[in-house]
Design a protein around this ligand. Structure first.
Ligand code: HAX
Length: 437
C-alpha cells in the first residue's frame, strides 16, 4: 500500500469517532435557520455541508487544510529548478491534511504516472464527437466513458460493498481518474486546436511538467500549469462543481459519474465558464477599439452597456467572498513579477477593469460582492503563453478542480456521509410562513 493510502487510512480511523459522536450526541444542535430568501435564493449561506479539505471565509478567502494560499505554496515541496510546487504534493496535502516530504511527494508522482495512460476507448469516444463540440462536453464525456473501469462499481456489483472499507475503492477510482485528467485535457487541446497532432507523455516529468509538454508548451508554462491547477482545486464543497460531485457521489455513484457531473456544473457561465466569458468580453472589447487600450471613460461605458443589456460582468462577484478573491491576487502578482506579462496590453486592460468595475457594480447596486473572482485574471495568463483558445480554459479549471473534489468524495465515503436529500416546500407554504393571506 502506498504511503499516502496508509496515512489516509490512519487519518480516517482517527476521524471517524468525531463524526459518529457529533451525529449521535449532538445531532439536534441548531446550526442556523433557513430563510425564505435562502430557500428561493440557491440555499446561499445555509450550513449543511461538511468538509475539512478547504474552508472559505468571506473576508479572508480560501484556506487549504488550514493554510492560506501563500502558506500552502511556501510549504509544499517544489519541483527542482522550478518556482511552483508539485501538484502531486498538493494532492497528498488535501487528502491527508499533512504537508508531504519530498519523498512522499515523489511517491505520488510515480503512482500517478503508472495510472496516467488514457484508455484507447476514451480516444475513440473523443474522436467520435463532432470536432466542434465544446471542450467541456468532450472532457465530461471522456470522464463518464471511463466509468466502466470503476473499481468501486465493479466491487459493488460483485456484492463486495462494505461501508467501512468502501472508501478504498473510491480512493483507487479517484487516483486513477486524477492521473488521467491532464493527459485527456492535453489530448482534447491538440485534437481540436493543433491539427490533431499529439505529443507522447514524457515519463521523466511530473504532472504539471508533463501537461505543458503534452500541450506543446515551453517553460515556464509548466509552472503556470502547476500554479493554475493548485489555485483552482477547491473552494469548500458548496460551489456548483464540488457540490454536484458530492451530491452524485452521495448516492454511492462512483467517482466517474460524480466528477463528470461536477464538470457539467463547472461548464456553466456563472461558474467555471466565467473564465472563458472574461476573455470573450475583453477580446471583443479590444477588437472594437482596433486593438488599442480603452480610455477610462470608454471602459466605463462598455461595463455599463453590459449591465444594461441584462448581462453580468464576468469574473466579478461571488456567492461567499466579500472581498477580492485571493486566487485573483495570486495570479495578479504572478503577472506583476513576470517580465513581459506585466506590460502586456491584455493584462493592462484586466487591471483597468479591476480599477473600474467594482465602483460601477456598487453604483449598479445589485451584486453583494463587487470584487473580482479567480476567473477575472486566469485567462490573461493563458493567452499570454499562447493558449488563446478560450473555450478550452474551463477544461484547465476542471483538471485543477478535481484535486479538491476527488479527495472530498473519498472522505465522504470514509465518513459514511448520507445520501443528500434536502427538503422542498411549496410556494403556498412559504406564503403561509410569511403570513401572506
Ligand atoms: N455583474 C452583474 N450583476 C451581478 C454580478 C456581476 N458580476 N454579480 C452579481 N450580480 C447580480 C446578480 O445577478 C443578482 O441579480 P438579481 O438580483 O437580478 O438576480 C444580484 O447581483 C445579487 O447577486 P449576489 O448575491 O451578489 O450573487 P450570487 O451569489 O447570486 O451569484 C455569482 C454569485 C458569482 C454567480 C455572480 O456574482 C455572478 O454572476 N458573477 C459573474 C459570473 C462569474 O464571474 N462567475 C464566476 C464566479 C466564481 C466561480 O465560481 N468561478 O468558477
Amino acid at each position: 500500500m502506498s504511503t499516502l493510502k496508509k496515512v489516509l487510512a490512519q487519518k480516517i480511523a482517527e476521524h471517524r469517532p468525531r463524526t459518529t459522536r457529533l451525529v449521535k450526541e449532538f445531532g439536534d444542535v441548531v446550526l442556523g435557520e433557513a430563510t425564505i430568501g435562502q430557500a428561493i435564493g440557491g440555499a446561499r449561506g445555509i450550513k449543511s455541508l461538511v468538509t475539512d479539505i478547504s474552508y472559505l471565509d468571506p473576508m479572508e478567502g480560501i484556506r487549504f487544510r488550514g493554510m492560506t494560499i501563500p502558506e500552502t505554496f511556501a510549504a509544499l515541496p517544489k519541483v527542482p529548478g522550478k518556482s511552483e510546487p508539485y501538484v502531486e504534493g498538493f494532492w497528498y496535502l488535501l487528502m491527508t491534511g499533512d504537508v508531504p516530504t519530498m519523498e512522499q511527494t515523489l511517491e505520488v508522482v510515480e503512482d500517478w504516472k503508472s495510472r496516467s495512460q488514457i484508455p484507447a476507448y476514451v480516444i475513440d469516444v473523443l474522436r467520435a464527437l463532432p470536432r466542434d463540440s465544446h471542450p467541456m462536453a468532450m472532457f465530461s464525456s471522456a470522464i463518464l466513458a471511463m466509468q466502466r473501469d470503476s473499481v468501486f462499481s465493479s466491487n459493488y456489483a460483485a456484492g463486495k460493498f462494505n461501508k467501512m472499507t468502501c472508501w478504498e475503492d473510491m480512493y483507487e477510482d479517484a487516483t486513477n481518474l486524477m492521473a488521467k485528467l491532464a493527459p485527456i485535457g492535453a489530448y482534447i487541446y491538440r485534437m481540436k486546436y493543433k491539427a490533431d497532432i499529439h505529443i507522447d507523455a514524457d515519463p521523466t516529468l511530473d504532472m504539471g511538467g508533463n501537461f505543458a509538454h503534452m500541450m506543446g508548451q515551453d517553460a515556464p508554462y509548466d509552472d503556470v500549469a502547476r500554479m493554475y491547477f493548485i489555485l483552482h482545486s477547491d473552494h469548500e464543497s458548496g460551489n456548483v462543481s464540488a457540490h454536484a460531485t458530492h451530491l452524485v457521489a452521495s448516492a454511492l455513484s462512483d467517482a466517474y459519474y460524480a466528477y463528470s457531473a461536477g464538470i457539467n456544473g463547472l461548464a456553466g457561465p456563472l461558474h467555471g465558464l466565467a473564465n472563458e466569458e472574461v476573455l470573450r468580453w475583453t477580446q471583443n472589447f479590444m477588437q472594437q477599439l482596433g486593438g488599442e487600450l480603452p480610455t477610462k471613460e470608454q471602459l466605463k461605458e462598455a461595463l455599463w452597456a453590459t449591465l444594461k443589456s441584462g448581462q453580468v460582468i464576468p469574473g466579478y462577484g461571488h456567492a461567499v467572498l466579500r472581498k477580492t478573491d485571493p486566487r485573483y491576487t495570486s495570479q495578479r502578482e504572478f503577472c506583476l513579477r513576470t517580465e513581459g506579462l506585466k506590460d502586456y496590453p491584455l493584462f493592462k486592460l484586466v487591471s483597468m477593469i479591476f480599477e473600474t468595475a467594482p465602483d460601477i457594480l456598487l453604483e449598479h447596486g445589485k451584486a453583494k460582492n463587487p470584487w473580482p473572482n479567480v476567473d477575472a485574471q486566469s485567462g490573461v495568463i493563458q493567452w499570454y503563453y499562447g493558449v488563446t483558445q478560450y473555450e478550452f480554459y474551463t477544461v484547465l479549471f476542471g483538471i485543477g478542480r478535481a484535486i479538491g473534489c476527488l479527495p472530498n468524495i473519498t472522505w465522504d465515503r470514509a465518513l459514511g456521509y448520507a445520501i443528500e436529500r434536502p427538503k422542498s416546500v411549496t410556494t403556498a407554504m412559504l406564503e403561509a410562513a410569511a403570513g401572506i393571506k
